[in-house]
Design a protein around this ligand. Structure first.
Ligand SMILES: [Zn+2]
Length: 248
């Protein structure tokens, strides 16, 4: 039925939605509500996909404002995002290729509603707590599911973090954001990122945080040049390939 989005069940009530290996969203089902974390590229109807798995009311959250996390918002009326990424997301809502495509589909993107650090998304029996992680973008968030001991990290804690973008924060700010998460490290064993294909070990947090610290401190001996659609940047490899922090 769906060609791009492949489902992988992580737990009896948690599904990973892999959008053609280009983006990953999640469905977490509680006893009263379910949440979609990131809506991916929008080619396929993520609302219909979720409704094959649950009939509970859906809450939708974007971990940050990049296109591969928000374009599926066209299938919803309202979506939560951190206020500091609203302008960025609105900017991507105005991309001509996107506006032309959704005009043909006779759809319009969801209105944004603010969600702040410290807020709880209550699904009944499962609660997700919001943690702001300015870095990759100003308003990136992580979501902690204490019951399942999982941290949903978007593009904030991920094998390859892009910090070279115009909207990315200074490395010092990102390091500070990651260090602010130290206090919850005992509360999760697994990480699910905005591009995961399977559940990942929580040790990614330490490895990633230490790599960001090395970049911040200018330990760049093994760094390599990194080509991307915006030009050439630098990359700081860490751990096993293809882990790297990309920076200006
Ligand atoms: Zn991103």
């Amino acid at each position: 039925m769906f060609e791009r989005v492949k489902l992988k069940q992580i737990k009896d009530h948690i599904w990973l939605m892999n959008d053609n290996d280009e983006a990953t969203g999640y469905l977490v089902v509680g006893s009263q509500k379910a949440v979609i974390i990131d809506t991916m590229n929008g080619y396929e109807n993520v609302k219909e996909i979720a409704e094959t798995l649950t009939s509970l009311p859906l809450i939708v959250v974007n971990t940050h404002g990049h296109p591969d996390h928000i374009y599926g918002n066209i299938y919803f009326d309202e979506v939560f995002i951190h206020p500091d990424d609203m302008a960025l997301a609105q900017h991507f809502y105005q991309e001509p290729l996107f506006t032309e495509a959704i005009e043909q589909m006779k759809l319009k993107p969801a209105a944004f509603r603010p969600i702040l650090s410290g807020e709880m998304i209550n699904l009944g029996e499962i609660e997700l707590e919001v943690y702001g992680v300015p870095g990759h973008t100003p308003g990136g968030i992580c979501l902690l599911d204490r019951r399942d001991r999982i941290l949903f990290t978007g593009d904030s804690i991920i094998e390859q973090t892009w910090m070279q973008l115009e909207e990315s924060m200074p490395m010092e700010v990102f390091l500070h954001s990651l260090d602010a998460l130290k206090g919850i490290r005992g509360e999760y064993d697994f990480i699910l990122t905005g591009h995961s294909r399977d559940i990942e070990d929580a040790s990614l947090y330490e490895d990633h945080r230490n790599a960001v610290k090395e970049v911040y401190e200018g330990k760049n001996e093994g760094d390599i040049s990194y080509e991307w659609f915006g030009g050439t940047s630098k990359a700081h490899p860490y751990g096993i390939e293809p882990r790297r922090i990309v920076y200006k």
